[in-house]
Ligand binder design. Structure first.
Ligand code: ADP
Length: 272
């Protein structure tokens, strides 16, 4: 832009200056997405897909038209958690997301593969290209909120996705063990470099509540969530317990039936 002074903090345009010289990808002309929130983690297996799913379920329950873009191409868990298996179909105007039982729109590479158990052995550039196409070529109809289940880590693929898609905010998912490492700091710094606010830190597998005596046990050590969040100036936190109901619901494709209040405040903040 001719008036650009390269001070992104005083301007909301998605121009190349904001994203390190890369223009944001445009949506399909029939699509509309009001808000985009990326869910990130330092490594796989900490519960990023579970948190993405729970956030989407809660947003849909709050009456918002909700979408999930599954960018975790090599470890896609979203279709499984929602029990969605029908193939995504294309048309002249683009391809249509699959719909969950409660009407959440979902796009995942797993719903395009001939055999959903096939591994995706692709180079990073191809993975990033596929994620961009999920954004540009899908028909995202009147979405109030879209959650992106990001690839884990702060490498090349997440970086390209952040630079190419207009992400409004980031949710960082960690486990108690990870909180003591540099993973949160790396994610916070990456968000800062992209000028994207960190909306909340979610500590998954935070504690275990004994069903017999009700006692709380810190299997991976006492939580340092509040201390770490304060250190990075993040004012919204949530803790999710270790609970077999999450794993069972994901395995059975019934995540939409899970009742859990852990993320209600985070969703309220996202929808603010
Ligand atoms: P990621 O997306 O970070 O790789 P997932 O969300 O796929 O991780 O979670 C990995 C596995 O751990 C899944 O089988 C999931 O059901 C299980 N899981 C995640 N969080 C919890 C939890 N709080 N309690 C019990 N099981 C969990």
């Amino acid at each position: 832009m001719s008036t650009c002074d390269h001070d992104c903090s005083s301007c909301s345009q998605n121009c190349a200056s904001r994203s390190g010289g890369i223009e944001k990808e445009k949506l399909n002309e029939v699509s509309s997405v009001k808000k985009v929130v990326a869910v990130v983690s330092g490594k796989g297996g900490v519960g990023k897909s579970l948190v993405t799913s729970l956030l989407a379920v809660q947003a849909q329950r709050e009456g918002k038209k909700t979408a999930i873009l599954d960018a975790d191409i090599t470890g896609p868990s979203i279709p499984q958690a929602f029990g969605v298996h029908e193939k995504i179909m294309g048309s002249d105007i683009g391809f249509f997301p699959a719909q969950s039982k409660t009407g959440i729109d979902i796009v995942s590479l797993n719903l395009m593969l001939e055999n959903e158990n096939d591994p995706v052995v692709w180079r990073g550039s191809l993975i990033a290209g596929a994620v961009k196409q999920f954004w540009t070529d899908a028909v995202w109809k009147d979405e109030d909120i879209m959650f992106i289940d990001m690839p884990p880590g702060t490498g090349d693929v997440p970086l390209t996705v952040f630079q190419s898609l207009p992400v409004d905010g980031i949710i960082i998912v960690t486990s108690p063990q990870e909180l003591v490492s540099m993973i949160v700091e790396k994610a916070v710094r990456m968000a800062g470099m992209m000028n994207i606010p960190v909306l909340a830190v979610v500590e998954n597998m935070s504690y275990f509540r004994c069903p017999e005596c009700g006692g709380v046990h810190y299997i991976y050590g006492e939580s340092r969530l509040e201390e770490i969040a304060k250190q990075y100036g993040i004012d919204c936190t949530a803790r999710i317990p270790i609970d077999g109901k999450f794993a069972a619901a994901c395995d059975e494709g019934l995540i939409e039936l899970v009742n859990d209040e852990s993320l209600e405040d985070v969703v309220r903040k996202i929808l603010d």
